[in-house]
Design a binder for this molecule. Structure first.
Ligand code: CU
Ligand code: ZN
Length: 191
């Protein structure tokens, strides 16, 4: 009788163990934070398709490719007046307002002054100017050391704005580049 009782207790203990094990969270499902860390692949290429703001006809593309020494930025635009046009990465990838203002100011995670792309002090988003020719098209190429595709300075999900005027590279906090004529959100591209 006593022996049977011990065996029964053992069986109950095993059943309880099975129940608690099957209810416990499986490793790898413990938290979203753990999941994000474990599965985020490195971004090596991104693209921004530029669409006109209200009253503008400016279109274009900007690509970002990780290369030795930084990120290569290549921009092609059309529909702009000849001359220099400021363009920057702006803080928010929100292009819902017709004037481009919902993208916020220049992407500036270090909270420093505006500057030219080669200045020692500049916003991460300061890319300078695109030069547009008589045919109203412009091409821009630069390997940038501050634009990142990963980490806290990543530009993924932020916006590009092209301006009506020239960025003077010194006026604070925007370079006095005028209104916003084209905008787009920077998204992850196929490598
Ligand atoms: Cu801007
Ligand atoms: Zn700036």
């Amino acid at each position: 009788m006593r022996k049977n009782f011990v065996v029964l207790n053992g069986v109950i203990a095993i059943i309880l163990l099975i129940i608690t094990q099957s209810c416990a969270p499986k490793s790898g499902q413990q938290s979203n934070a753990g999941m994000e860390k474990a599965t985020t692949p490195e971004v090596t290429k991104a693209i921004c398709v530029l669409t006109p703001t209200d009253g503008s006809h400016v279109t274009g593309t900007v690509t970002f490719t990780k290369v030795d020494g930084g990120v290569q930025v290549v921009a092609d635009v059309k529909g702009l007046a000849p001359g220099k046009h400021g363009f920057h990465v702006h803080e928010y990838g929100d292009i819902s307002s017709p004037d481009g203002k919902s993208t916020g100011g220049h992407f500036n995670p270090e909270n420093v002054n505006h500057g030219g792309p080669d200045a020692a002090v500049r916003h991460v988003g300061d890319l300078g100017n695109i030069e547009v020719g008589a045919d109203s098209t412009g091409h821009y190429e630069r390997v940038d050391k501050m634009i990142m595709l990963n980490g806290p300075h990543s530009v993924i999900g932020r916006a590009i704005i092209v301006h009506s005027g020239e960025d003077d590279l010194t006026s604070q906090p925007t370079g006095a580049a005028g209104s916003r004529v084209a905008e787009g959100v920077i998204g992850i591209a196929k490598p």
